[in-house]
Design a protein around this ligand. Structure first.
Ligand SMILES: Nc1nc2c(c(=O)[nH]1)N[C@H]1C(S)=C(S)[C@@H](COP(=O)(O)O)O[C@H]1N2
Ligand SMILES: [Mo]
Length: 316
């Protein structure tokens, strides 16, 4: 976000179809190749990411938008995931061999009992829902994404936070070997994010394991991420290994990098401009004409009351 002046990304700049079609074809080929070897009894080659395309059993959610989801090829080829690359088209390629198994998530801090979940058991903690949410990137583009997950409140309730739990802090995996971006100083790694307790408990806040009915592609934050649809996309932290309950406002990656540009709250707000560009409009990926950006990304009816009495220009 510091790198490119992002407000205007014409949809023509999204990877030309031929490029990802080729990539697709290549991946299908690789999978078939791997399958053939497996049949022949060779254990050496593991074709990339069988686990990234596992079908999930889900139910529909009344919290979904009725808007048409952005095509999967855009959601999975146009990414912000700086641990892999600051180039939007980089993560799809660079994350291909990312290891999401085994994967554990540590929960600690002001809760009844510290715990380490295997991600598979974490996924089974509540029933998975299809949640179609708008995602508004602070750079000025947006998508509609059919996530799969359950409200984070399900986990939090099970953990029984104590009265000292005022905020929740999330941390992404630190692993320079797998994340080439972590060898650069573009952000202070590991990426961290945070929510106030009432925000974390809000039913819209989704502990997310999949999209388009399958487990998360690596570039979208496999195996588990958070999605907070009324906040700018960078709050929706990917590939989480730690959830901590604390009594202070947690440091967050983008706030540390540019505090005057990215606040802790980062609620989508068309009336508060980024210092370097307007936030009044956005470009929905795949569309030509810009749309007006909606207060709280259109989720105001559900979340505005969380901020009663707060000056949202000050708490940007
Ligand atoms: N760990 C981590 N989480 C991250 C990011 C990142 O660079 N690292 N980018 C954020 C930003 S800026 C956005 S817009 C969304 C993009 O999610 P998507 O690529 O699945 O659409 O992820 C967010 N979560
Ligand atoms: Mo973003």
């Amino acid at each position: 976000m510091l790198i490119k002046k992002p407000s205007d990304i014409p949809s023509s700049e999204i990877t030309p179809k031929s490029v990802y079609m080729d990539r697709r074809r290549f991946m299908t080929g690789a999978t078939l190749f791997g399958a053939a070897l497996a049949t022949a009894g060779c254990e050496m080659v593991s074709p990339s990411k069988v686990s990234a395309n596992t079908k999930l059993t889900t139910t529909k959610s009344p919290l979904s938008t009725s808007e048409t989801p952005t095509p999967e090829k855009d959601i999975t080829n146009y990414n912000n995931f700086y641990e892999f690359s600051t180039d939007k088209y980089g993560p799809a390629e660079l994350s291909r061999n990312f290891r999401t198994s085994p994967w554990t998530v540590k929960v600690s801090g002001a809760i009844k009992e510290k715990k380490t979940y295997d991600v598979d058991s974490l996924m089974k903690l509540a029933s998975l829902e299809d949640r179609i949410y708008r995602l508004r990137c602070v750079e000025g583009w947006s998508m509609v994404i059919p996530w799969v997950g359950y409200s984070l409140s399900n986990l939090i309730n099970q953990l029984q936070p104590t009265s000292k739990a005022k905020y929740v802090m999330f941390t992404t995996l630190m692993d320079m070997g797998q994340f080439p971006g972590q060898r650069s100083g573009v952000l202070d790694w590991p990426y961290t994010e945070g929510l106030r307790m009432d925000e974390a408990m809000h039913p819209l806040t989704l502990l997310t394991f999949g999209l388009y009915g399958e487990t998360l592609p690596n570039q979208d934050g496999a195996p588990v991420r958070i999605v907070i649809p009324w906040k700018y996309g960078f709050k929706s932290i990917k590939s989480i290994v730690k959830i901590d309950f604390v009594d202070y406002e947690p440091p967050t990656a983008w706030n540390k990098a540019a505090p005057n540009e990215y606040g802790f709250y980062s609620n989508v707000n068309p009336n508060v401009d980024h210092p370097r560009w307007s936030q009044a409009t956005e470009r929905r990926i795949g569309e030509f004409r810009k749309r007006p950006t909606l207060m709280f990304n259109g989720y105001g009816d559900q979340v505005a009351s969380l901020y009663n009495g707060m000056d949202l220009k000050k708490h940007y």
